[in-house]
Design a protein around this ligand. Structure first.
Ligand code: AMP
Ligand code: MG
Length: 359
């Protein structure tokens, strides 16, 4: 296959001709990567089993990991979903279009190829205008997982998509850097109270403000890494850089000292070291490939830069990565969920490192 055609546009200056072409490609069963407010998606016609199979093949994604169906108007739910509980309608009123995915019982219109064999379907109405127009031109139902090779961090720039999938898909719509940078919040409405299966920009409190009690799938909490999560995709070691990543926790000064110590030791041992720090701590580090994720008080910046930094480390071929932790008030749970997965849950206390204790 020739390399994917790349078209550029912004939400303020849509290229209607290119969007129509993208829609035609999708209707014919082809694959188009496109920006959303969360991460880039790899789109195929959600109602066409062959298109879904192509998505799995392009990503190298395990076939039991279902795809999210993207719609561009609320009315589109009727065809693919058996019933929409009142609470889901309320949450859709508050957060759609937006970074929220909801799970419902599916109708027969949705092929099992799209849902990884499940009789439920995950649906999202994204707010990105490029995505919205493309979905409409495609006929209204676009299955789209993140547009990365399976196992790599999700793409937040079109360049990431080009790198992973440029050789195996038809078209890439480059809409610049995405806004949020972490995948959507997934809430399961086939149970009551509804359950969060994947944390995202919309956190538990924000959902509870609208619909009352919402639970969190115990399988996604770090302390329960042996419980099988209900969203099949959450069991895989996602979001992973190639290098070994460890998260260091503790008081900021101790964390800086501990990471400095580890970086010095590893550098002396001939290893290439990567460090994830913040504006506040960047000065504290002298050795290693130092990546500043942003200001500690600006959690949206931290979320937006995380995957890009993990990919940069891959390009720079670092051997080990040390990261500070980011328990920020709103998006912190989602940020730490992704960082923990990237680290394979490897967390060490700064104190232990400074006192010379091994893990
Ligand atoms: P991605 O599109 O790559 O962000 O991955 C989609 C995520 O949604 C994966 O973690 C899936 O396991 C999850 N998902 C999609 N459909 C369902 C469903 N019907 N039930 C539970 N989880 C789902
Ligand atoms: Mg993904």
């Amino acid at each position: 296959m020739t390399r994917a055609r790349v078209v550029r546009m912004t939400e303020d200056h849509l290229d209607d001709k290119a969007l129509r072409e993208a829609g035609e490609i999708l209707k014919r069963g082809g694959l188009v990567a496109f920006p959303t407010e969360t991460v880039y998606g790899l789109g195929g016609n959600a109602l066409d089993p062959e298109a879904s199979k192509k998505i799995y093949a392009a990503k190298g994604r395990p076939s039991d990991n279902p795809l999210i169906v993207h719609i561009a108007e609320i009315g589109a739910l009727d065809r693919i979903v058996k019933n929409v509980p009142e609470k889901a309608k309320k949450l859709a009123d508050a957060w759609w279009p937006g970074p929220l995915t909801m799970i419902f019982d599916k109708t027969d219109e949705v092929p099992l190829e799209t849902t990884g064999g499940l009789d439920t379907v995950a649906v999202r109405f994204p707010s990105n205008k490029i995505a919205m127009h493309m979905i409409r031109y495609a006929g209204g139902y676009v299955a789209a997982p993140s547009a990365n090779t399976s196992g790599r961090p999700s793409p937040t720039l079109a360049e990431h998509v080009e790198e992973d999938l440029g050789g195996v898909i038809d078209m890439i719509i480059d809409g610049g850097q995405v806004d949020i940078g972490l995948e959507s919040t997934i809430i399961d409405f086939t149970v009551d109270p509804p359950a969060i299966l994947r944390p995202g920009y919309i956190n538990r409190e924000m959902a509870q403000e609208v619909i009352g009690e919402v639970t969190v799938d115990p399988g996604i909490l770090p302390a329960n890494s042996n419980i099988r999560p209900k969203a099949p995709g959450m069991k895989y070691r996602h979001y992973a850089p190639k290098a070994d990543l460890t998260i260091i926790e503790g008081e900021p000064e101790q964390v800086e000292a501990a990471i400095r110590k580890l970086a010095d030791e590893q550098t002396k041992a001939g290893k290439k070291v990567g460090i994830i720090c913040t504006d506040e701590s960047a000065e504290a580090y002298k050795t290693g490939d130092i990546h500043d994720i942003g200001n500690r008080t600006e959690e949206e910046t931290i979320a937006r830069h995380l995957y890009e930094i993990l990919r940069d480390f891959d390009d720079e071929n670092v051997d080990v990565i040390y990261s500070e932790s980011f328990y920020t008030p709103k998006i912190g749970q989602a940020i730490m969920n992704r960082l923990m997965k990237a680290a394979g849950h490897k967390v060490r206390a700064a104190e232990d490192i400074l006192s010379g204790q091994n893990q």
